[in-house]
Write a protein of this length. Structure first.
Length: 289
């Protein structure tokens, strides 16, 4: 076997299982499933000893990843991304519509991050990874972690609803000016608040509305399901739609516009926003955020 990569754990951390801690610390095996497979194959060593999936990391360990001589080198997914914010701990990038954030596919945002971001100089640096998701057809701001500590804190922030996300969508049909949508998604409670910024008449759809959305929970497809549930689906949604009112031309009109949170390391108050995509502005040219 040949030494491939190594990682030194900080002097003191909260005890955590190796297969959880090691997510993202090695560029060639960035995922949880990949780390688990490498451990089971005897390719991961901690302080010179073969590691097990039950091993707990407590601080100051040297973690080494080996490879068999026949292992193929990692391929790189070349995909330029717009970096909206970056420091040594985290980043925010602009995710275009039409690409997945993560998964088994080679063409993912996660696989493109390393070439677009600067490597962290922190002791607990990891391969950059998104800490939340946006649907394949959704565009907008995506929060990225570059260290283990940042990943831990941002994940907790999401769980504790300490990160405020704002979306904008174009919806179909007549709507109330503002309101809240509450319903069960996958047998779990969910809630979104909305505010209609402008409505215009439409021969095909009756009305088109530019809507600001603030999800208070984070269920899968929550905003899309909520708006469909009140009879105002998002323009271009091919999963949640009203029969005969599907738009095929310009994709889904759903955009993650802003993120508001406290920086997990510097404690600075962060507010990061992006402009609406051009397809939104073509429908609502006189609306500025």
């Amino acid at each position: 076997m040949k030494l491939k990569e190594q990682h030194k754990v900080k002097n003191s951390i909260e005890p955590i299982r190796l297969q959880e801690y090691a997510i993202g610390i090695f560029s060639t095996v960035p995922t949880k499933s990949g780390i688990k497979k490498a451990i089971k194959k005897g390719l991961v060593f901690v302080n010179g000893n073969v590691a097990t999936t039950a091993l707990v990391i407590t601080g100051n360990e040297l973690i080494e990843l080996f490879q068999n001589e026949t292992t193929d080198p990692k391929k790189q997914f070349i995909f330029p991304l717009q970096v909206v914010f970056e420091d040594d701990f985290m980043a925010v990038i602009y995710k275009p519509s039409g690409i997945v954030v993560s998964g088994n596919s080679f063409a993912t945002i996660n696989n493109a991050l390393e070439q677009n971001l600067k490597a962290s100089t922190q002791q607990d640096a990891v391969i950059p990874r998104a800490v939340h998701r946006l649907d394949y057809p959704t565009s907008g701001l995506l929060l990225i972690s570059k260290t283990n500590a940042t990943t831990y804190h941002l994940t907790k922030f999401f769980e504790e609803k300490k990160i405020q996300k704002t979306y904008h969508a174009v919806t179909i049909g007549k709507m109330k000016n503002e309101g809240g949508i509450e319903m069960l998604i996958d047998e779990k409670e969910s809630y979104s608040a909305y505010n209609v910024l402008k409505s215009i008449p439409s021969e095909k759809y009756g009305f088109l509305n530019l809507v600001e959305l603030n999800p208070k929970t984070g269920r899968r497809h929550q905003l899309r399901k909520h708006l469909h549930g009140i009879g105002n689906p998002i323009l271009g949604d091919k999963d949640y739609f009203i029969e005969d009112l599907i738009s095929y031309g310009n994709g889904l009109y759903l955009h993650a516009t802003s993120l508001e949170f406290t920086h997990p390391i510097t404690t600075k108050k962060m507010f990061i926003s992006s402009e609406l995509p051009k397809k939104f502005k073509r429908l609502f040219p006189d609306v500025s955020l």
